[in-house]
Design a protein around this ligand. Structure first.
Ligand code: ATR
Length: 269
């Protein structure tokens, strides 16, 4: 029996259990994926407790993606941005499949030489920025808290052209952006139904990607469509990061369609 868990706070509304359990069933693997709400000061106990109980792996979400790095050996993208969303508990290795998720979500768009504005410098923002840098874009990272934004840029600069920009001055970037990514919770159900940037900044932007997937049509996605931008939904990143994590734990490439369908069904409630 394969046990996999998700740790975060909150995790009640996560669609990952539905997505992974559907993939396990489809692949004929006897296993279960469960979500656990963990208090911040219990993170260490949760990680080592799950290992002791024989769990194969964990997904890690808000607010633990950065704090969990001290318990695992970082591999690949996780080492580059010191952010982990997937753990192999047998080997105690931390991976970041969000970067892969963003690349897969944006596949088919030529991002070479483009200028991308990424809003948010948390786990999602760093993953999106690294993916875009590795796809050949220049990244402007804007964040509400300047120190956190600058710290992220220091890390990301090793992988391409990346600069920090204060969030309260993004209006000055009007006409200079090809790609816009929201990596803040703004627009998420239960959060403020606000855009992360002034709407007029969207004029002339080719591609808008919102990492928020609930609702699918966030205020940003709706405004982007209205202004004629191409859009990529957050669900694409969710499904592809999940597929890569599934492969890490099971060695099996899951059916992404099955995962997408299960995630969408869970989102609809
Ligand atoms: P995740 O792992 O999803 O990226 P996170 O690490 O909590 O989550 O990061 C959330 C990001 O959204 C941060 O960049 C945060 O900005 P701060 O660094 O200033 O906290 C940003 N964010 C959250 N609420 C915001 C708001 N109301 N306006 C602007 N940015 C916000």
């Amino acid at each position: 029996m394969l046990y996999i868990g998700l740790i975060g706070f909150p995790v009640k509304h996560s669609v990952s259990p539905a997505m992974h359990n559907a993939a396990l069933k489809d692949a004929g693997i006897e296993g279960i994926y469960l979500a656990f709400e963990v208090k911040p000061d219990e993170l260490r106990n949760a990680v080592f407790g799950a290992k002791a109980l024989g769990f194969k792996g964990l997904n890690v979400t808000i607010p633990f993606k950065e704090s969990v790095v001290e318990f695992v050996e970082l591999k690949g993208e996780a080492a580059k941005i010191r952010t982990v969303n997937t753990i192999d508990l047998v080997e105690m290795i931390g991976y970041n499949t969000d970067v892969y998720g963003v690349k897969a979500a944006l596949a088919g768009n030529d991002l070479e030489g483009k200028t991308a504005l990424v809003v948010g410098a948390g786990g999602a923002g760093k993953a999106a920025a690294l993916a875009l840098l590795e796809m050949g874009s220049t990244v402007i990272l804007a964040n509400r808290t300047e120190s956190k934004g600058r710290e992220a840029v220091e890390m990301l600069r090793k992988y391409g052209e990346c600069i920090f920009w204060p969030l309260n001055r993004v209006e000055e970037l009007k006409g200079k952006i090809d790609v816009l990514v929201n990596a803040t919770p703004l627009g998420m159900s239960g959060f403020k139904a606000e855009l992360p940037v002034p709407p007029s900044l969207l004029d002339g932007v080719e591609l808008v990607f919102d990492t928020v997937y609930n609702p699918m049509n966030t205020p940003l996605i709706l405004e982007a469509k209205r202004r004629g931008c191409r859009v990529v939904y957050g669900i694409e990143m969710l499904v592809h990061q999940g597929a890569k994590a599934f492969e890490i734990w099971t060695g099996v490439k899951p059916d992404v369609e099955i995962m997408r369908e299960a995630a969408l069904k869970a989102l609809r409630g």
